[in-house]
Each structure stands twice: as C-alpha cells, then as structure tokens.
Write a protein that binds this ligand. Structure first.
Ligand SMILES: Cc1cc2nc3c(=O)[nH]c(=O)nc-3n(C[C@H](O)[C@H](O)[C@H](O)COP(=O)(O)O)c2cc1C
Length: 167
C-alpha cells in the first residue's frame, strides 16, 4: 500500500506533539563506526522472522550520513540510570563518546555502550523516506545483555524509570 491521498485536514504541530508526549518510550542510542551515535525513542520491533527492528532519524541529522554508510550499527538500550548518556547523545557540540560515556569497539568497529540493559547488532536492511524522517530498518545479527535490567523511559519531555505493578 502506498501513501494515501489526504481527505481531511491534519492535526496541527502542537496538538500532535502534545498527544505523542503521552506515549512513554524506551530510550536507545544508535551507534556506528566513527564512532558516531544519537539518542532515539523511535525504536520499534518490526519482524521476528527475519528479526527486524526500525528507528526513525530526522533528515537534518548530522549523524545520519555516517550511519547510512555503515556496514553495521548497534541499538544500545539505555538503563534507568543513563539519563545523562541520553542527553549527551542528543546534544550537538559535545564529544558524545567522552566520559561519562563508556564504550568498547564491537564487531566492524561498531561502538557498544557500557551500562546498558541490552544491545542489538544490526545490518542495514531497508531505508524509506517518510515525511521529514528516514525510517531505517535493521536486520538483527546478534544481541547482548548488559548487567543492568531497569530501563530508561521518556515521557512528556522527562526521563523516568519503569515501576513494575506489584499486585
Ligand atoms: C529523548 C530523545 C529522543 C530522541 N529520539 C529521536 C529519534 O527517534 N529520532 C531522531 O532522529 N532524533 C531523535 N532525537 C534527537 C537526536 O538525539 C539528536 O538530538 C538529533 O538527531 C541531532 O543530532 P545529530 O545531528 O547528531 O543527528 C531524540 C532526542 C531525545 C532527547
């Protein structure tokens, strides 16, 4: 199915953002050789067979050209105590890989961040231009689990932690 022809007016930017902000999302850092990386909340699982995940990256991203050309990239799933890492990988004009970031070079020089709950090593599978973003689909070729378990969440412009319901 292609892009549908619009029949009705679309929501304005403020209302769109306000509603989306109510969607609590896990926070990841997508990394590639360079090293390069950026914070994203747009991670989605797409397919089990083959194992596919996707994320969206803005067309004005300065990191995207390096990620686009990479043979592999990693999705690093941030832990509840890594809000500072999320901010760092969203900021411009800072060395995102300097302390307090910890990382090691993984396969094909893809940086694997320390202190995360998990990482997914991906190969590029497809890239689709959608609106002002690229939808990037990755084939997951390997995964690793970190020592941390509790995830970092993002909701209404703030970082928070997951609180399991005990009843
Ligand atoms: C919580 C959070 C989530 C973000 N999610 C995304 C995302 O899903 N896609 C995206 O392109 N940028 C996202 N950003 C913005 C990027 O992290 C980054 O700031 C932006 O791409 C500019 O940096 P760049 O030029 O290195 O790409 C997010 C930022 C924050 C703080």
């Amino acid at each position: 199915m292609g892009t549908r022809v619009r029949q009705t007016p679309i929501v304005d930017d403020v209302r769109f953002r306000r509603a989306l902000a109510r969607h609590a999302a896990g926070v990841v850092v997508v990394t590639g050789p360079g090293p390069v990386g950026l914070t994203a909340t747009s991670l989605t699982s797409v397919s089990l067979d083959p194992p596919l995940v996707s994320f969206c990256v803005g067309r004005d991203s300065t990191t995207w050209p390096d990620l686009r050309d990479a043979e592999s990239f990693a999705v690093n799933v941030l832990a509840g105590d890594q809000a500072a890492i999320a901010s760092r990988f969203a900021g411009r004009g800072v060395d995102r890989f300097a302390a307090p970031t910890t990382w090691r070079p993984g396969p094909r020089d893809v940086p694997i961040l320390g202190g995360t709950t998990a990482h997914l090593l991906c190969e590029p599978y497809d890239t689709v231009a959608l609106g002002d973003h690229w939808l990037v689909v990755g084939l997951v070729v390997d995964t690793g689990l970190g020592s941390a378990d509790a995830p970092l969440l993002y909701h209404r412009g703030q970082y928070g932690r997951f609180s399991p319901k005990l009843t």
